[in-house]
Design a binder for this molecule. Structure first.
Ligand code: S3P
Length: 170
């Protein structure tokens, strides 16, 4: 197995499989697995929907940057990032310095099928349909591609295939 001494950041729209893939990849590469959303929930004591509702999106984005700064002080993690992590150029800069950025992609319809029963995503609340997902994803497309070192299409692939593709391309 490839020995990787930096961080691996998984980015991409909600429902592209970042959490599941990071767990498996971390296990395969013997790297510690972290999740920026989970770390924010831990440090604030609030759920993601609660943070958005009580503190607003800007507060959440500030937390995201602080978490990335902390993580990047040490190495050898696989980090599953929140879908909006690329919205701040500062975050992209932190990740680029710390390691490799892997973009996971999927079609809006696939994403819709994966997230349609999940109520933990405030940005899709009241707009949980493939058209809206496509629209929001389109607005973020340039930022995702600017950040990515490696792009992995996830439609019609299983976890093992996705992980081995990532490892090959690292
Ligand atoms: C967000 C994605 C979510 C979470 C928050 C905002 C986004 O993470 O960070 O709800 O802006 O796309 P996942 O991509 O893990 O769902």
């Amino acid at each position: 197995m490839k020995n990787f001494n930096r961080d691996i950041f998984l980015i991409g729209f909600m429902g592209t499989g970042k959490s599941a893939i990071s767990s498996q990849l971390g296990e395969m590469m013997a790297l510690e697995v972290l999740d920026t959303d989970a770390l924010i929930v831990n440090s604030t004591g609030m759920s993601i929907p609660e943070i958005f509702e009580r503190k607003g999106q800007d507060y959440f984005r500030t937390q995201e940057t602080e978490i990335l700064q902390k993580i990047s002080k040490t190495k050898r993690h696989v980090i599953s990032c929140g879908g909006g992590v690329v919205l701040k150029a500062e975050n992209i800069e932190i990740m680029k310095k710390a390691g490799k950025i892997i973009l996971l992609t999927a079609s809006a319809e696939t994403i819709y099928q994966r997230v349609k029963n999940d109520e933990q995503r405030p940005l899709l609340k009241g707009n949980l349909n493939a058209e809206y997902i496509n629209e929001l994803m389109g607005k973020r497309q340039a930022a995702y591609h600017e950040a990515a070192d490696i792009i992995i299409e996830t439609d019609h692939k299983n976890m093992a295939e996705i992980c081995s593709e990532i490892i090959t391309k690292l």
